[in-house]
Design a protein around this ligand. Structure first.
Ligand code: FES
Length: 573
């Protein structure tokens, strides 16, 4: 624990009376800072993923200023450090391709610069795990400060939810039940303030994970981006991180197995995005912890879904905040949480939720009236997914959860786009739609294609859900009987690659199985005949990604970034 200014990490840059110290101090003075502003004070990086092309983070410049106020007031020295702004809306081929790049960038920024502590500003899906993974690996005091959800969408007197209602009304447009004009009006009203998607998508799920892991101030993940409590949260985060530096409260003290079990428990109770599974496994990996997929299943079985938020439920994140937010939700599952887990404010999770209670029991349901009696996520194994697959049962038509049907196979996304709406597509409501080559390497970047569109001819017959299987991910705002994250993926020769048109596939939720109903001999014949596809990238970051990314069941991190030998502190010359 640093008790004197000379023990701060930044002192190595600013404190020496030699050529190097002179250079570092003079350059701070070049920026107009007085010696007493930065010397001997905790230097706090505000790692900011603001960008003009990230609508979810458009307010983060202002929030960085609020964080700075808190840092100054607490006796620290703030420096805003920009980092890769992974925007879910625009980044292609898949934002997930870049999560590990942001994690690397965050880690190296914190290591390479004279930084004593960090406030991490993010929120749009991959930014939360990316920033946290980097901060965990660097392991200096860090607080996560979520960007907050945007306000509810509004159209024609109805509330609209990001992603969820886009998909719903797209299906209605395709089915001819809403007009082109109505579709345009929905476009005008669905996103009307700064902040991230306000359904229980990946962004809201992952910020809830950050809070339940203990990495945000209490209540932080539920505050809407434009609520005046949000800049106050920023000031508080700035003030608190300075104290954390003096207390030497690091991610390694906060993030133990119990913290991850709390996060999984909350993930189930909020009906969280399936993406959380991959990110939590990767985050735990950075801490040297192994989270196996069955751990999610075991916790899922004892945790009810209490957050009545789309896509599993009816409301939106703004309603969730007014109903008491995540602290109120956690108060309903106290007995299922490790209440003695320490959090960034230095208090335990139990202390942080001691006075919390739900205000609206329809939005945050009581235990006696859950949305679903068990968590919204199930893990499947079987000959089609030897290393596991995931399904969000709370967002699926229950009658499809025990289903056997013939496969309609798409070799890749292009094939899907070309054929899905053709009248001669051999699909019935009982068919199982299969998408290959959409995994971590095959996508590449495991795009959110897992909610395969329902063929238009079936939409017109009134079909709104079918069993769909892929090695892709699915947006947290999406829904349907979609089996995701099939591992190993088809691109590396997982059994999903061997499915042929008309093969019978069995989804058996009761026994948590996913099977291709062919003999073992036939499976082996197809395996022997399989040819590895050509790599998608031969140079640059893409080539590094293809070479070192791991499979979905182990978190899609780079193998060389998982916990390992400590990286040495830089030498200062
Ligand atoms: Fe940023 Fe959905 S697009 S969270």
């Amino acid at each position: 624990m640093p008790t004197k200014p000379e023990e701060l990490r930044s002192h190595r840059w600013f404190g020496s009376n030699d050529f190097t110290g002179f250079s570092h101090r003079s350059r701070m003075k070049q920026m107009g800072h007085r010696l007493e502003d930065f010397s001997g004070k905790p230097v706090i990086a505000i790692v900011n993923t603001w960008s003009e092309i990230n609508p979810c983070h458009q307010h983060l410049r202002e929030r960085a200023e609020a964080v700075k106020r808190g840092v100054w007031q607490a006796g620290g020295f703030p420096v805003e450090v920009p980092a890769l702004s992974i925007t879910e809306t625009y980044m292609r081929p898949s934002p997930m391709l870049y999560r590990n790049l942001l994690a690397m960038e965050t880690e190296e920024l914190l290591r390479g610069l004279p930084i004593d502590g960090a406030v991490l500003l993010g929120g749009c899906d991959k930014t939360t795990p990316g920033l946290l993974m980097g901060a965990i690996s660097m392991n200096i005091p860090a607080i996560y400060m979520p960007a907050g959800p945007m306000l509810r969408g509004n159209w024609n007197g109805q509330f609209l939810g990001s992603g969820t209602d886009l998909r719903k009304y797209w299906a209605e447009l395709c089915a001819g039940t809403i007009s082109e004009q109505e579709w345009r009006a929905i476009e005008d009203g669905i996103a009307r303030s700064p902040g991230f998607c306000m359904t229980m998508g990946t962004a809201s799920t992952m910020t809830a994970m950050a809070e339940s892991l203990g990495m945000t101030l209490p209540g932080a993940s539920s505050i809407p981006a434009v609520d005046s409590n949000h800049p106050r949260l920023a000031v508080n985060s700035g003030a608190r991180i300075v104290e954390m530096v003096w207390e030497d409260l690091r991610p390694s003290t906060i993030l133990n197995r119990a913290a991850f079990e709390n996060a999984i428990t909350v993930d189930m109770a909020i009906g969280g995005s399936t993406n959380a599974i991959i990110h939590l496994v990767a985050l735990a990996g950075r801490c040297g912890l192994k989270l196996e997929l069955p751990a999610f299943e075991q916790i899922s079985e004892r945790v009810p879904v209490l957050a009545n938020i789309r896509p599993s439920g009816a409301y939106l994140m703004e309603d969730f905040y007014y109903a008491g937010g995540l602290r109120a939700l956690m108060s309903q599952i106290r007995d299922l949480l490790h209440l003695d887990s320490i959090t960034v404010n230095g208090r335990t999770l139990g202390e942080n939720i001691a006075d919390a209670k739900p205000i609206n029991p329809d939005v945050i349901r009581p235990r006696a009236n859950p949305l679903s009696r068990t968590g919204g996520t199930a893990i499947l194994f079987g000959n089609l997914a030897p290393d596991g697959a995931v399904i969000k049962t709370s967002a699926a038509d229950p009658r499809l959860l025990q289903h056997t049907g013939p496969a309609v196979v798409f070799r890749n996304y292009q094939d899907l786009e070309e054929r899905i709406n053709r009248e001669d597509l051999n699909a019935t409501p009982d068919s199982v739609l299969v998408l290959q080559n959409a995994g971590p390497l095959g996508g590449p970047g495991m795009p959110e294609w897992g909610m395969l569109p329902i063929p238009q001819k079936l939409l017109k017959q009134g079909v709104r859900d079918m069993v769909r299987i892929s090695d892709a991910r699915m947006s947290g705002t999406a829904y349907g009987a979609c089996v995701l994250h099939v591992a190993p993926e088809s691109y590396v020769g997982g059994p999903l690659a061997f499915v042929r048109e008309g093969d019978m596939i069995s989804l058996d939720l009761k026994n948590r199985r996913l099977d291709l109903l062919i003999s073992e001999e036939e499976m082996n014949r197809r395996r022997a005949a399989w040819k590895k596809p050509a790599p998608r990238y031969l140079r640059g970051y893409g080539a590094l990604y293809l070479e070192r990314v791991t499979q979905a069941n182990v978190g899609c991190d780079f193998d060389f970034l998982e916990d390992g030998a400590p990286t040495p502190e830089p030498e200062i010359h």
